[in-house]
Design a protein. Structure first.
Lengths: 379, 379
């Protein structure tokens, strides 16, 4: 873990917002950061040059999908995920915990792990904390996530507590296997294992989980099990309960969030890292984000609109194409429409994070945040 | 038509191959040239920067598709097809003649024109030589094609002759309407109208049609109605029957062809211009072209192959990605696979044409052609 550390650059005096630098074996990441999701070793519709042009610093890969296709062992033989997909900047892989619960129809959870059926062919598979560490080592991401149980919403307190306790025991097992594998696999760059705070919407369970994980002295901590259907207030209640407990010297990652307004609020609550399919999935459905909110490209009102998606956006889509052309591409189901909308959304999210970082460093994040919410209308 | 002319640069002494420059209001085209097909105002999966990076000099748009969606009048109001799709290099539009016969299920041909049903919603439409000229003027391509009847294969001699005679009468009507529209629409760059030689596989009909069209003194001539199912020998028989009749000072365009070996043979027969969906459609199915022939990316043999598609190819796909990664993208139905394969194929076709042009200019095309056929195996 020598290569991996978090450097705190600035804290906003009025909110809990932080700006920092995350050092990894594949380079630096300026935080707060949004990680586009590259589920199957590709951020859908973008090539790796596009990602660099959109100023993406780190992407997320999904252990569950890559385990099923093409297989982590194949990726390992091809030199790891960075080399396989030709992406030389940092990568984070999730543990598959979320997917085995949401995609695998019939799953069976036990202390050992989770037995689930592949969403592709129904074949049966077992994920344990140990096997997930083997998968994530095969993939070779800079940051790997511990295997956890992501509880659904709503979740009874009794179940949430038992699950959180098991997630803590699984974290210990992940650490042990991760250390063994790290000692064996010295030909590959070191990987940083993050723990995941669970506890559903119960503040005391969140606190307990965070405190126990901190005892394990991991290089970073995630807040999981949120954005799964609970009210927005509950989500931010849990975030504000958790971040003050986490060490100032470690990065904080809110998993699966989210919408621009959620990112802006969560950065104010002291979160450093995010991932979500929001920018990419919305783009493929013809919905793009602007400073004023969402814009639906299939709407008839755009049919003859010569304007770009956003007049002050420097992305390649806004520099070259009109709303009228983009609408035509979506109405005719042309792949180029999905590509150009995805590029804009990914660029927009990166710029949003950079703007927040600049505001934190220059000491006026609270005012920036108020300006953002005055302009941005989510629908 | 002041801006439009063909400049003959070199003729191969052993074959009929020609190298030239086609001057248009949107710039020069070096011939022989292959035009990627951009049916719906997009060369599928590529943005306009990709086309320039792949050294594409001219693209083809389909009048039939653009008439249906978004409509030529909308494109006209948006400043024409170049501006609508942000492509500043030359464009050629076909006349819809091929599509109304192949896509419109129920079509009714008369001297007036063709009544057909939209492949989208079954609505009824009438294309006449005059209405097609209005559509192509609305689109504003540099080169526009006359409305013709593309006869199917096989085709009785009697039908082929009557049809060819009607195509000639339609050409006269196209010229008349084209001249009227050109006089009215002086705010737009001039457009060059090409005639189309028909006559099925009957040499004397082809000769008659060519001779009659030449009398009309058009700026370029196409050979149509081939590659519709006839044997390859018949196709080349018709090409070799026609090209010697066409004026040396005008470009010759073989419509809807084709495969790399067909391009190499047809250039040797004196053809200057080509279009076909072969590179783009094959790419989307996971088939790429190399100097040795086709390569099917879904084949299991590529699963762990770290090689690029072609070791000596300078395209972005070959420069950055392995066959193993491309195969993975196709096996997981990722759009990026289609994009990267399309880029390679379009680049490959452009390089193939450039190589032929260089060989013609340097006077060793026949030897180049023999080398090509020795290496290239189509399957």
């Amino acid at each position: 873990m020598n290569d991996f550390h978090y450097e705190l650059i600035a804290e906003d005096p009025e909110t809990g917002a932080r700006a920092g630098v995350l050092h990894t074996p594949h380079g630096k990441i300026e935080t707060p950061i949004f990680m586009p999701v590259g589920t199957q070793a590709t951020v859908k519709t973008l090539d790796q040059h596009d990602l660099i042009e959109a100023q993406v610093q780190i992407i997320l890969g999904n252990a569950y999908h890559l385990y099923l296709r093409p297989g982590h062992e194949l990726i390992d033989r091809m030199g790891g995920l960075h080399q396989f997909m030709n992406w030389s900047r940092p990568i984070l892989t999730d543990s598959g915990g979320f997917q085995v619960f949401s995609l695998g129809d019939l799953n069976k959870i036990s202390e050992e792990g989770v037995r689930f059926q592949s969403h592709l062919d129904g074949s049966s598979h077992l994920f344990t904390p140990e096997s997930v560490m083997e998968i994530e080592h095969g993939l070779g991401a800079d940051i790997i996530m511990a295997f956890d149980e992501c509880t659904p919403y709503p979740c009874e307190r009794d179940y949430a507590e038992k699950s959180m306790r098991m997630t803590l025991r699984w974290a210990e097992r992940c650490i042990k296997r991760h250390q063994e594998l790290s000692a064996q696999r010295t030909h590959r760059p070191p990987q940083a294992l993050f723990g995941i705070v669970q506890g559903s919407i119960y503040p005391d369970l969140r606190r307990t989980c965070a405190q126990e994980l901190i005892q394990m002295d991991l290089p970073g901590y995630a807040i999981g099990g949120l954005a799964v259907g609970e009210p927005r207030d509950s989500m931010f209640g849990m975030i504000r309960e958790t971040t003050p407990l986490l060490p100032n010297s470690k990065p904080r990652y809110l998993m699966g969030v989210g919408l621009p307004n959620d990112l802006v609020e969560a950065v104010g609550a002291g979160v450093d890292m995010f991932d979500c399919v929001v920018p990419t999935r919305n783009a493929r459905n013809g919905t793009v984000f602007t400073r004023n909110g969402r814009l639906r490209l299939k709407n008839a009102g755009h049919a003859e609109d010569p304007q770009p998606l956003e007049s002050d956006c420097a992305c390649k889509t806004c520099s070259h194409y009109s709303r009228a052309y983009l609408r035509h591409l979506f109405k005719t189901n042309e792949v180029l429409g999905m590509h150009l909308a995805t590029f804009h959304n990914v660029f927009f999210f990166q710029r949003l994070m950079r703007d927040m970082r600049d505001a934190i460093i220059s000491g006026h994040f609270a005012a920036w945040q108020a300006d953002f919410f005055a302009l941005y209308q989510d629908s």
